[in-house]
Design a protein around this ligand. Structure first.
Ligand SMILES: Nc1ncnc2c1ncn2[C@@H]1O[C@H](COP(=O)(O)OP(=O)(O)OP(=O)(O)O)[C@@H](O)[C@H]1O
Ligand SMILES: [Mg+2]
Length: 220
C-alpha cells in the first residue's frame, strides 16, 4: 500500500506527517519512507544530509527506527525536470512491493514528482493549516485530484480547531494536530516528535494522534 502525503503549499506539515505516520505504522508493519522532495525534508528529519550523488529512485536506503528510509539525492532534481510521470509512478510502485506500507513525502508543488506520487498512491493524505492560502491550495489540489480521478483525506495541521471545508475529492477528517514546541525540540535532535515524546513524556499525546491518523487513513 502506498500513502502519499501532499499539499503544494510549503511549510504545512507534510514532512512531519510523513515521518510520524511512518514511525507509528512501523510498530506493526514493514514500512518504507520515500523522500520525493529534492530539498530532502524527510532525510533532514532523521539527520541525513541530502546526497549529492545521483541514484535511481529507490537506489539507496537506510534503516532508522525500524523504518526503511529512502533519502533525497541529486537524481530527484533530474526527474523533477526531465522525468515522465508514468515512469516515476512505475518506479514508486516497484519500491512499494517490498513493504506493507510505503509512505511518500512530496515537495511543495504539483510537479512531476508530486503528481507521480499521487497517481501511484492508494491513499492520499493532506495536512492543511487554517490559513487562507493553505485552504486555497487545498481547493486547487481538489480540482487536480478530480482531473486525476483520485480522492484524498485532509486533516488540520498546527491548530486545535478542525478546518471545515466541503470539497469534492478531498474529505476533511475531524482530526487535528495542535501546535507544540515539541516539534522544534525533536527536529533539533533529528528524531520524529513521536519518538521524542516516548523518551521525554510518560503519556505521549502527539504520538497518539499520529497513530490515530494511521488507523484512519488505512481504513478510509
Ligand atoms: N504541529 C506542529 N506544531 C509546531 N510546529 C510544527 C508542527 N508541525 C510541523 N511543525 C514545524 O513546522 C515546520 C514545517 O513543517 P514541515 O517541514 O513538516 O512542513 P512541509 O509541508 O513538509 O514543508 P515544505 O513544503 O517546505 O516541505 C517544521 O519546522 C516543523 O517542525
Ligand atoms: Mg517537507
Amino acid at each position: 500500500m502506498i500513502i502519499t502525503v501532499i499539499n503544494q503549499k510549503g511549510g504545512v506539515g507534510k514532512t512531519t506527517t510523513a515521518v510520524n505516520l511512518a514511525y507509528g505504522l512501523s510498530k506493526q508493519m514493514n514500512v518504507g519512507l520515500l523522500d520525493m522532495d529534492p530539498e530532502g525534508g524527510t532525510s533532514f528529519s532523521f539527520g541525513i544530509r541530502r546526497d549529492k550523488r545521483e541514484f535511481p529512485l529507490g537506489g539507496k536506503s537506510i534503516n532508522i527506527f525500524n523504518i526503511e528510509v529512502f533519502p533525497a539525492h541529486l537524481g530527484l532534481l533530474k526527474l523533477e525536470i526531465g522525468g515522465e510521470v508514468e515512469d516515476v509512478m512505475k518506479s514508486i510502485v516497484k519500491i512499494a512491493e517490498s513493504f506493507d506500507v510505503l509512505v511518500i513525502d512530496t515537495p511543495p508543488n504539483l510537479g512531476t514528482l508530486a503528481v507521480a506520487s499521487m497517481v501511484a498512491a492508494d491513499k492520499i493524505l493532506s495536512p492543511v493549516t487554517p490559513q487562507p492560502l493553505a485552504i486555497e491550495a487545498v481547493r486547487n489540489l481538489d480540482s487536480r485530484l478530480q482531473s486525476l480521478n483520485k480522492k484524498a483525506v485532509a486533516f488540520t495541521s498546527m491548530s486545535k480547531k478542525p478546518i471545515d471545508v466541503e470539497l469534492k475529492a478531498v474529505k476533511f477528517l475531524q482530526l487535528s494536530i495542535p501546535q507544540s514546541r515539541l516539534f522544534s525540540e525533536a527536529s533539533k535532535l533529528g528524531v520524529p516528535v513521536s519518538r521524542y515524546e516516548e523518551i521525554r513524556l510518560r503519556r505521549p499525546r502527539i504520538e497518539k494522534l499520529y497513530e490515530e491518523l494511521g488507523k484512519v487513513i488505512l481504513s478510509e
